[in-house]
Design a protein around this ligand. Structure first.
Ligand SMILES: Cc1cc2nc3c(=O)[nH]c(=O)nc-3n(C[C@H](O)[C@H](O)[C@H](O)COP(=O)(O)OP(=O)(O)OC[C@H]3O[C@@H](n4cnc5c(N)ncnc54)[C@H](O)[C@@H]3O)c2cc1C
Length: 414
């Protein structure tokens, strides 16, 4: 009998799952449901579009013909509003019902709004979809000054967009540096300087208490908790995601700020899987539950989920995630879980070069490299292989570090 697979979400996780299912099961019925109005596009590149550096066309990854050629039933503009796990069916906003033998939830997250006055005013932007990017591009092209809120990996995209589009902006941050959970002031200062060079001023120990609007309801300024007023006709807010768990809230599927899955991407229900940003997965390297928010990881989870939907236990998810920032003259890479761990080491090498590793029980669990990415493969290898490096911290911070340095040191010590 032909098996039927329903995938909710056509981001990179859902789409790569559909592709893998088709490659490995030529006869399966595969349906992909997405509430977006376009098929898979490169979410990483939409910031380059908003910066005005890239036209629309190269951002698309698959057109609708790609799905047709593979006999995958893609439904755009289709929001799934109900999931009935006992009956093995999902229902869309138009009342259409799809039955499944196996279901994949690749439903990602939605940007959080600031819990302050006027946070939904005209001119306050959040960033997740291509549609958002179109709105942001148009807004920054007409803006003179802006504020950015959210001192993390998505907030810095807003800073780069304002810089590229000539909008003078204040970047309002809580605490005393950008991405304070992963960087020290030494490392973050390199990022701050790069922002300043682009006309974006980092403001520390700040944030937003409320937005002020004009008579038409358009944002005019942000007022921070210290009472400082920052004029702005554009605001970019990137304070994190709400994971789209609403759909599963009335089902027996386990959730915990995301959908809980094992290393095979299976939920607590035998025929329901999840992949991508939405998952709280069992990370076999870290030895605990974790969540990734990165393109490569979501793609791999989609592929792994598909293989296990076909044969449970056939492939585990074992992955060191990476996320790079390419807005500045120097490279930046974070990998693994740089905000976790019980110990850390860091070193500054010069004006634009800095490194930090997060360790747990003497093993690398993540890190951030600024200015020189050469040691990334060595660090990732040590992380993947769970090598205990707790006694060799100084060696890890050597300028041209390679794995052989550890071996030589160990041999010298014998
Ligand atoms: C501006 C921006 C820049 C980024 N830059 C980087 C980067 O440089 N490097 C990096 O590694 N990562 C980056 N990321 C993160 C990366 O894009 C995500 O981690 C990845 O796209 C997640 O893929 P996903 O398939 O899990 O989720 P998503 O891409 O969010 O896809 C989920 C899809 O499910 C749909 N959906 C949800 N609920 C329903 C429903 N009920 N019915 C129908 N459809 C539904 C959503 O609309 C969405 O289309 C960036 C993200 C953004 C927004």
């Amino acid at each position: 009998m032909t098996e039927s697979f329903v995938i909710i979400g056509d981001g990179v996780a859902g789409s790569s799952a559909a592709e893998t299912l088709r490659e490995e099961e030529p006869d399966a019925d595969i349906t992909v449901l997405t509430d977006e109005g376009e098929a898979l596009y490169n979410r990483i590149l939409i910031k380059e579009f908003a910066k005005g550096k890239l036209p629309e066309a190269p951002i698309s990854i698959h057109d609708e013909g790609w799905y047709e050629e593979r006999d995958i039933d893609l439904r755009l503009d289709t929001l799934v509003v109900d999931l009935r796990t006992d009956a093995h069916e999902v229902e869309t906003h138009e009342g259409e019902v799809f039955e499944y033998d196996k279901l994949l939830l690749a439903i990602g997250g939605t940007p959080q709004q600031l819990p302050v006055g006027n946070s939904d005013a005209d001119g306050v932007h959040h960033f997740w979809t291509f549609q958002d990017a179109r709105g942001i591009k148009e807004a920054v092209e007409g803006a003179e000054n802006g504020v950015i809120v959210g001192a993390g990996l998505l907030g810095i995209d807003f800073a780069a967009i304002c810089g590229a589009q000539g909008v003078e902006a204040n970047y309002l941050m809580r605490g005393e540096c950008w991405w304070r959970y992963a960087l020290s002031k030494d490392g973050a200062e390199i990022m701050h300087e790069a922002m300043r060079e682009r006309g974006v001023e980092p403001v520390f120990d700040s944030g937003v208490d409320r937005f002020e609007t004009d008579d038409d309801g358009h944002i005019e300024a942000a007022v921070d908790p210290n009472g400082e007023r920052y004029p702005a006709d554009f605001a970019g807010v990137a304070i994190g995601l709400n994971f789209n768990t609403e759909l599963v809230e009335d089902t027996p599927i386990e959730i915990d700020d995301g959908i809980v899955v094992d290393e095979y991407m299976r939920t607590n229900l035998e025929d329901v899987y999840a992949a991508g940003d939405i998952t709280q997965f069992h990370d076999v390297i870290l030895g605990e539950r974790a969540q990734n928010g990165a393109w490569g990881s979501a793609k791999e989870q989609g592929t792994v989920a598909a293989r296990n939907m076909l044969e449970y236990g056939s492939e585990g998810f074992r992955w060191v995630s990476s996320y790079s920032i390419t807005h500045f003259d120097f490279p930046f890479l974070s990998f693994g879980h740089p905000t976790l761990g019980d110990d850390e080491i860091e070193r500054k090498f010069g004006e634009d070069e800095w490194r930090r590793l997060a360790l747990k029980d003497g093993k690398i669990v993540g890190g951030v490299l600024i200015g020189n990415l050469a040691p990334q493969s060595a660090y990732k290898q040590l992380m993947r292989e769970q090598v205990d490096v707790g006694a060799q911290k100084e060696t890890l911070m050597k300028e041209g570090f390679s794995v052989e340095d550890l071996e030589q040191e160990a041999a010298a010590g014998e």
